[in-house]
Design a protein around this ligand. Structure first.
Ligand code: ADP
Length: 228
């Protein structure tokens, strides 16, 4: 479970990014985090994986107050979380297989594990045939599917996708959403930030809407726009 309780985040330059945010996300939920640019969505995500620390209030991930984690404990938190970014962030000099394998190498997996887990992850995202391709040889959709394979290869409890379809056309966007939904259906918690009204409306999942650092709507089976 992820639990924010009265979380305030001020950046050192004085920006009030979050002004008292509380919500709970149960294990296995699918949640859209929406709101205009600058609303505080990325800050919520960064607090979850402890890239940032709350100014006040508490952030719990799987029962641990992440604000209180020691530096040496942070890698264990991050192992539970797979992250997908709008701009894919693949290593250009590595193949698809090697990009996905890299996520296992940095947590100390051996070759045997890599040879078992990478093909499984690539098959889930439908990229088995592209294992030896380099990112520059892939379409945007294929690059994002590679990033998704990299995010799931460690079997994380939580996937956080930051504008995962921001650079994709509608067809590839739907493809990525379907994959996220399939991953969620197997029990992984999925949190997606997006500006894509169509996708949010189609998926009919929980919507948490943030504006100016405050939650203005939290609706199960919501759409992009408030129905009221
Ligand atoms: P969103 O993801 O919804 O676009 P962010 O969480 O990135 O919003 O940003 C929320 C607010 O915090 C914005 O005003 C942004 O400019 C500010 N902000 C984000 N990161 C930093 C930072 N590292 N230093 C200072 N201000 C920041």
């Amino acid at each position: 479970m992820i639990k924010f309780d009265k979380v305030v985040k001020d950046y050192p330059n004085g920006t009030h990014a979050l002004r008292g945010v509380s919500f709970e996300i149960e294990d296995g939920e699918f949640v859209f985090l929406i709101g205009p640019s600058g609303a505080g969505k990325s800050t919520v995500e960064k607090l979850i994986w402890r890239e940032e620390k709350a100014t006040s209030g508490t952030v719990f991930v799987d029962g641990k107050n992440v604000n209180e984690l020691k530096n040496k404990e942070i890698p264990f938190l991050r192992r539970k979380i797979g992250i997908v970014f709008q701009d894919y962030r693949l290593l250009p000099q590595k193949t698809v297989f090697e990009n996905v394998a890299f996520a296992l190498e940095i947590v100390g997996s051996d070759q045997k594990e890599i040879e078992k887990k990478v093909p499984t992850a690539l098959s889930i995202v439908g990229l088995s045939k592209k294992a030896d391709a380099f990112p520059s040889e892939l379409s945007g959709g294929e690059q994002q599917r590679t990033a998704l394979a990299r995010a799931i290869v460690n079997a994380p409890d939580i996937i956080i996708a930051d504008e995962p379809t921001g650079n994709l056309d509608p067809k590839n966007s739907i493809e990525i959403m379907k994959l996220l939904r399939a991953i969620n259906n197997k029990g992984t918690t999925v949190i997606v930030t997006t500006h894509d009204k169509n996708l949010v409306d189609t998926m009919n999942k929980r919507v948490i809407e943030i504006n100016k650092g405050v939650i203005i709507r939290d609706e199960s089976n919501g759409g992009y726009d408030n129905e009221q």
